[in-house]
Design a protein around this ligand. Structure first.
Ligand SMILES: *Cc1c(COP(=O)(O)O)cnc(C)c1O
Length: 429
């Protein structure tokens, strides 16, 4: 099964939308997101109270969070704003997981107020949490397996180089401290991969964590309530890549669960994930228009979108598939760099990409922008954040975040024109 790079809409449909909402914008396919959420849930239906805590940072829009809540998902937050977004979307209590690092006191306080599950990133955070927010009755720790694990990947890097989590020794010490403080409910978390397409990497993570759960029980007498394998399931950005087979993943983790957790009498143990990318990534599209064509030493297509709308190509050199709407069937016989307008030479959505002949005014769709897309936006070069639209199951379109205006841009500036300058401009006019 290769990645599907067909669009869920036709050119005429986009043209109608663009009349009302000018490009650039992100558009999300609600039905596809719901179907995908149901598929993930079904793949883990064997697990006791399986829970996916959607990583809010991937697509921090409360409309999407509420859709995912309806599908039974919780929220994985790591900042004050993300906690508030989850709350606004009606996700509360232990349906929120605070997996943060370098966490300020107010965020622990807010998490406590919401009754969220706090996942501590460091052993020193026990004291910090107790002093600043008080201890909750359930606590989770993030484990960093260090060089034990083979093959990290290039976004998170190798665990021993990653800033996250507790070492193995610290982990046991941390559970012991909490147990001795009278805490009775525990979780264990790890996230060691990112944008990984090999399902067996997750199965390996699950095995490692199940072994650890058994060891924690043997050494400390603690029966964990849940384990959380983090996020990091990849998506096939390239047409020739294959998506992770979620059914296979669920099945293999079930086998490990039976061999390790059930066999050791630790069933039921809740399984949690906190994926972002695989949930919404393939179902969000960045829609832009061609403003300029430029032929110098290379051929350039200049869009009305830029890396402020989608930073991944510039940040990671990532591939994002591009469709020129209405030209899907034409031969890919032109080679272009597809650029934005930032005064940064890495503001390119594609380099040396084979595409059909492009004309000014063409509508260009950049695929797989539904996670870590709009979310990574910024205002560099005075670029304004674009709108987010939702394509409803009945194909109607809903604006779920308006585009920023120049007034938004100026809203945070505390500035008044000095008298002398104001006077000078008056006299010259
Ligand atoms: C970023 C992140 C996620 C989500 O990662 P995806 O690649 O979007 O699945 C989950 N958990 C934590 C702690 C993260 O930092």
């Amino acid at each position: 099964m290769m990645a599907d790079k067909n669009l869920p809409f036709l050119k005429t449909y986009l043209e109608e939308i663009i009349e009302k909402f000018p490009t650039p914008f992100h558009i999300y396919d609600e039905q596809a997101i719901r179907n995908n959420a149901r598929r993930l849930t079904a793949a883990f239906s064997w697990a006791p109270e399986f829970k996916e805590y959607f990583a809010v940072k991937a697509t921090p829009n409360p409309t999407l969070l509420a859709i995912l809540r309806e599908e039974g998902f919780g929220a994985d937050c790591s900042s004050m704003a993300e906690l508030l977004l989850a709350e606004r979307a009606g996700i509360v209590g232990e349906n929120i997981m605070l997996t943060s690092n370098d966490t300020p006191a107010v965020e622990f306080q807010k998490a406590r107020e919401l009754g969220a599950i706090i996942n501590l990133d460091d052993i020193t955070h026990i004291d910090y949490l107790e002093k600043n927010a008080g201890l909750p009755d359930i606590i989770s720790f993030r484990y960093n397996p260090g060089p034990l694990l083979q093959g990290g990947n290039t976004i998170i890097g190798y665990p021993e180089e990653a800033k996250y989590g507790l070492t193995r020794d610290q982990l046991f010490e941390a559970y012991r401290i909490m147990r001795d403080k009278g805490i009775a409910r525990f979780g264990l978390h790890t996230m060691v991969i990112s944008n990984e397409l090999n399902a067996d990497s997750f199965v390996a993570t699950a095995n490692m964590i199940f072994d650890l759960a058994v060891e924690i029980h043997t050494k400390l007498g603690i029966s964990l309530e849940f384990v959380n394998f983090g996020g990091g399931i990849g998506i096939p950005y390239k047409p020739e890549q294959q998506p992770v087979d979620l059914e296979y993943l669920g099945c293999e983790i079930q086998k490990a669960y039976e061999a390790k957790i059930k066999a050791n009498g630790l069933d039921p143990l809740r399984i949690a994930l906190e994926c972002g990318r695989v949930i919404t990534g393939p179902y969000g599209y960045l829609v832009a228009k061609v403003l300029h064509k430029k032929e110098i030493y290379k051929n350039y297509i200049g869009l009305d979108a830029c890396m402020a709308n989608l930073m991944r190509p510039a940040l990671y050199g990532s591939y994002h598939h591009i469709t020129v709407v209405g030209k899907e069937k034409l031969p890919l016989d032109h080679k272009y760099d597809v650029t934005g307008s930032l005064c940064e030479n890495n503001d390119k959505f594609a380099i040396d990409r084979q595409l059909p002949k492009i004309d000014i005014g063409d509508i260009v769709v950049i695929h797989d922008a539904g996670a870590h897309g709009h979310a990574m936006g910024f205002n560099y070069n005075g670029k304004l954040r674009s709108a987010e639209l939702l394509m409803r199951p009945d194909k109607s379109v809903k604006l779920i975040r308006r585009a920023e205006t120049i007034d938004d841009y100026f809203a945070t500036l505390d500035f008044s024109c000095p008298q002398s300058l104001a006077a000078a401009s008056k006299t010259t006019n």
